[in-house]
Design a protein around this ligand. Structure first.
Ligand SMILES: [Zn+2]
Length: 100
């Protein structure tokens, strides 16, 4: 999922070592609001950083934004933003913002 967002909607160049790290990502926190956001960094849901990719996806007919957060050389989060963004979107639905 994270890899697909990085492929279709990067906001800047994604370093090779970051792509190589994807397979070893482990979830360290989830969002208390009930959305499907996942955190991977040592700080869990307190993770911050900069945006590495920002795209759109659809789950059960609902559109959402997908934001990949990056901090200190590592991916720390996959944030789902939207009404009722509780489940991960269909992988084939992930697209850049400028694609309907
Ligand atoms: Zn949330």
């Amino acid at each position: 999922m994270v890899e697909r967002v990085l492929q279709v909607a990067p906001t800047r160049e994604v370093p090779d070592e970051v792509l190589a790290s994807l397979a070893s990502l482990r979830v360290t926190g989830t969002c208390k609001c009930g959305c499907g956001t996942l955190w991977f960094g040592p700080e869990g849901e307190a993770s911050a950083g900069s945006i590495l990719a920002d795209g759109r996806g659809t789950a059960d007919g609902r559109d959402m934004d997908l934001i990949v957060w990056f901090d200190q050389g590592a991916i720390v989060g996959l944030e789902l933003v939207g009404d009722d963004a509780r489940s991960m979107p269909d992988i084939d639905s992930i697209r850049p913002h400028d694609v309907a």
